[in-house]
Design a protein around this ligand. Structure first.
Ligand code: SAH
Length: 253
């Protein structure tokens, strides 16, 4: 089969965070498929078509791309950040697993991108400097009970936690509930970072504490990092604080 599927990470927004490999993959595609605002970031190219879809239609979008690839097209599906982090690469794999046998013969490439937690972390120093985990707070694809269990386990084990999908219109209370849950494990002085639309014109970074963290400070374009008991904040005159997690840790009784 001569078609191909490429799943491309666009990074968090700043064009300088689009890798040369991603840029080349976009240029080589016959058709670009993705959520409209992500497609809008890509300059138009002659002879290239676009299929935009709603953000929640990931499975349908992946299947459409696979059908085009099976028809001999070079299809590129785009994701914000990294396509393997809560995004289209897993959706494409799931469609290949469930789909017709000939989809397994297709040339499939995943092109990595800078994921949001790395971009937000870089803005404030090194909050992910030691062991950390990433959790999606969305309960669209898993029950809330499992999210609570994972928050307990992560905070109980001393991981720094990066929260993707912290809040949306359909999920207004989950971030507040997550902060409450984490307060049962962690000191109120634990650093918390809100990174909104990092790398875009609307970027906003705020550093606070778990005791003061207000869920209203987050929206769909925000990533939240909650420190571990080791995470430190360095206050600097006239500058945003530096937040870092030291590179070593001890067992605390
Ligand atoms: N594949 C993406 C994540 C998709 S889940 C990646 O690797 O970054 C969508 C969530 O990612 C958002 O709710 C938000 O938590 C986070 N996110 C994506 N872009 C962001 C940005 N520019 N700034 C801050 N958070 C972002």
């Amino acid at each position: 089969m001569s078609g191909s599927l490429t799943v491309v990470g666009l990074g968090p927004g700043d064009a300088r965070w689009l890798t040369p490999e991603a840029d080349a993959a976009l240029a080589a595609a016959d058709v670009l498929i993705g959520y409209g605002p992500y497609l809008d970031r890509i300059p138009p190219r002659l002879g290239q078509t676009r299929l935009s879809s709603d953000n929640r239609e990931e499975a349908a979008r992946a299947a459409a791309a696979l059908r085009l690839a099976a028809d001999g097209k070079h299809a590129a599906v785009v994701s914000g950040g990294d396509p393997g982090v809560f995004a289209m690469a897993a959706a494409a794999c799931a469609e290949i697993e469930a789909g017709p046998p000939d989809w397994r013969e297709l040339d499939v490439t995943v092109v990595p991108g800078v994921t949001a937690m790395l971009a937000v972390a870089a803005r404030v120093g090194a909050p992910l400097g030691h062991d950390f985990c990433a959790l999606s707070l969305s309960d669209n694809l898993k029950p809330w009970e499992l999210i609570v269990r994972r928050l307990d386990a992560a905070a109980g084990a001393g991981f720094v936690i990066a929260l993707y999908n912290p809040i949306s219109r359909a999920r207004p209370w989950q971030l507040g509930a997550a902060f409450e849950q984490l307060r049962t494990h962690l000191p109120t002085a634990t650093p918390v970072v809100f990174g909104r639309a990092v790398g875009r014109a609307e970027e906003r970074i705020a550093v606070t504490t778990l005791g003061a963290a207000d869920p209203a400070a987050a929206d769909m374009a925000t990533l939240v990092i909650i420190g571990s008991p080791e995470t430190r904040t360095i206050v600097r005159p006239g500058r945003t604080p530096l937040v870092y997690t030291p590179r070593g840790a001890q067992v605390v009784a």
